[in-house]
Design a protein around this ligand. Structure first.
Ligand code: ADP
Ligand code: MG
Length: 516
């Protein structure tokens, strides 16, 4: 993920460099450049108003720059920004601190499990607490370290252990390098004045030299764990040895821990949670953060009881709490007076419906601001929030549909074709018939009707279709299916899949099925 970010940044950078160099060529050919470049543009646009040469490029940015800016500091509304103040999370933050303070006393803190739906401030609070813990440990010079791992990215036991091992190997190396630097300084001084050694533990310069040499050898002997290829127990041993190198308490934060367990089972947690019984110098404590309230159901009972020694719940925010959060951020993010009064309450209300998701609330506010900017007004209005809500919802649908497996896409496409042909209260059998012919058309495996029924339920859970079970009296029960997302946009996303792209020709065939 970071790599991709990097690439795109580089891309932008080189683009900018090109733009810059072409500007400087113009300036060279124009002796009194400077402000005149801008003046020219302004004059041009007035004088040559009805000349259409260069029309498209001229004024493109002038238009966007005119008008008062709305944002003062938009980054503050982005997910990457970590706020220093987290209103309505004081209780949870205090609970974490109360448990973790043992680390500052040299004891092992209990393991902690944090639960809460997405956007309830778990990551922000955990990062805040870990920063505080590390600063305080530096202040009192107690060896306490926090390692944060996002298990959505680092999602296998191998990767988690390798990342941890390499972090501690790096720390150990750094530690040894610092020590070597100190001793080298001492050697310099000892060369000039032999008496300084008397106060140290070294008998002679040779003694000092050989100690430095030993430390160098030790530093260079640490072998980093490659990102793949080793047996897992070797990776585990590397981590174990690296962490046990010195006396310290280590808090390992495993964010999105449910993703790790879902993908790779609970071996990692099992191995981490039994380490303390074997470590000699150091102690490890685990803080797991989960979006899924039920994920411990999948854990080995021993892991479950060890990991859940302490549990902290992050409840959803209500609309009033979201308002407070938004207001604090908006003060920094927006220019004064650029929000009309109903904007924040409406963002808060929408996000409260979305299980109290603060991320959604912030997205809404930022998107509403961007839409207002595009409208060239200097005030964000209620309507911008409504448009933002639609836009975000549509983006979500597009993303969900785009990443569906092919079979689900075929089922969804069948439902779309039925709706487009005016069928209401679609039932599973009708979907299945069209689905089958679509499969034949693109040579895909045909699943059983039972599996297709399951796929329909999944689409229902994703909010893409709505399937209600209706009773048909003595004919039993059936499902009535309807699309809950905009039909044209959804169809366009499906057809952008290369396998489904060819299916358009199936339309007459589908039509024929209704004719008889
Ligand atoms: P989670 O990890 O529970 O999914 P995050 O901690 O990532 O949620 O929070 C989502 C977004 O909402 C982040 O941008 C975060 O800064 C913001 N946020 C969450 N809770 C608060 C709060 N109490 N005060 C200020 N901002 C918050
Ligand atoms: Mg999170």
């Amino acid at each position: 993920m970071t790599d991709t970010d990097h690439d795109s940044e580089n891309g932008t950078d080189s683009g900018q460099t090109e733009a810059r160099s072409s500007v400087s060529i113009d300036e060279q050919s124009d002796p009194d450049s400077g402000s005149s470049v801008l003046d020219d543009v302004v004059l041009d646009s007035v004088e040559d108003a009805d000349e259409d040469a260069d029309e498209a490029s001229r004024g493109l940015f002038d238009d966007l720059l005119s008008g008062e800016p709305i944002f003062e500091k938009k980054e503050v509304l982005r997910p990457s920004y970590t706020p220093r103040k987290l209103p309505h999370r004081e209780d949870q933050i205090n609970s974490m601190a109360t448990i973790l303070v043992s680390a500052l006393r040299g004891d092992t803190p209990s393991n902690i499990l944090i639960y809460g739906k997405t956007g309830t401030g778990k990551t922000a609070s955990a990062k805040f607490v870990s920063e505080e813990l590390e600063t305080t440990s530096q202040k009192y010079e107690v060896p306490c370290e926090v390692e944060y791992i996002n298990c959505e990215v680092t999602d296998t036991q191998y990767r988690v252990l390798a990342q941890l091992a390499n972090k501690f190997i790096e720390k150990n190396r750094q530690h040894l390098s610092d020590h070597i630097d100190e001793l080298e300084g001492l050697r310099e001084r000892a060369r000039e004045d032999g008496t300084v050694l008397a106060t140290e533990e070294f008998e002679s310069l040779d003694d000092l030299d050989s100690t430095i040499e030993d430390l160098r050898e030790e530093r260079d002997s640490f072998e980093e764990v490659p990102m793949t290829g080793w047996p897992t127990d070797r990776v585990y041993n590397s981590f174990f040895e690296a962490v046990d190198q010195t006396e310290r308490v280590v808090v390992i934060m495993l964010d999105e821990i449910d993703k790790l367990v879902e993908k790779s089972g609970d071996d990692t947690l099992y191995n981490l949670s039994r380490m303390n019984s074997e470590l000699e110098n150091s102690r490890v404590s685990i803080m797991g953060i989960s979006n899924d309230l039920k994920f411990t159901d999948f854990l080995d009972p021993r892991v479950k009881s060890s990991l859940g020694e302490e549990e902290i719940v992050f409840p959803p925010y209500d609309a009033n709490q979201l308002r407070d959060i938004l207001e604090a951020r908006a003060q920094v993010a927006f220019e004064d007076d650029s929000l009309s009064g109903e904007v924040i309450p409406l963002c808060a209300a929408f996000a409260a419906q979305e299980h109290g998701d603060a991320r959604r609330a912030l997205d809404l506010l930022r998107t509403a601001g961007e839409l207002a900017e595009r409208d060239k007004t200097d005030k964000v209005l209620e309507d911008h929030v409504r448009q933002a809500q639609e836009k975000i919802e549509l983006d979500r649908v597009v993303e969900v549909v785009r990443t569906l497996p092919t079979q689900s896409k075929l089922v969804l496409f069948a439902i779309i074709l039925l709706e487009k042909n005016g069928v209401h209260n679609i039932n599973t059998g009708e979907v299945y018939n069209i689905y089958k012919s679509l499969c034949e058309e693109i040579d895909a495996d045909v699943l059983t009707q039972r599996r297709v029924t399951d796929l329909i339920s999944e689409l229902d859970m994703l909010g893409i279709v709505n399937a209600v079970v209706v009773s048909k009296g003595r004919y039993g029960r059936t499902k009535e299916i309807s699309l809950s997302v905009p039909i044209d946009e959804t169809e366009a996303v499906l057809l952008s899949d290369s396998r489904l792209g060819d299916i358009e020709d199936v339309q007459p065939f589908v039509q024929a099925r209704f004719d008889h």
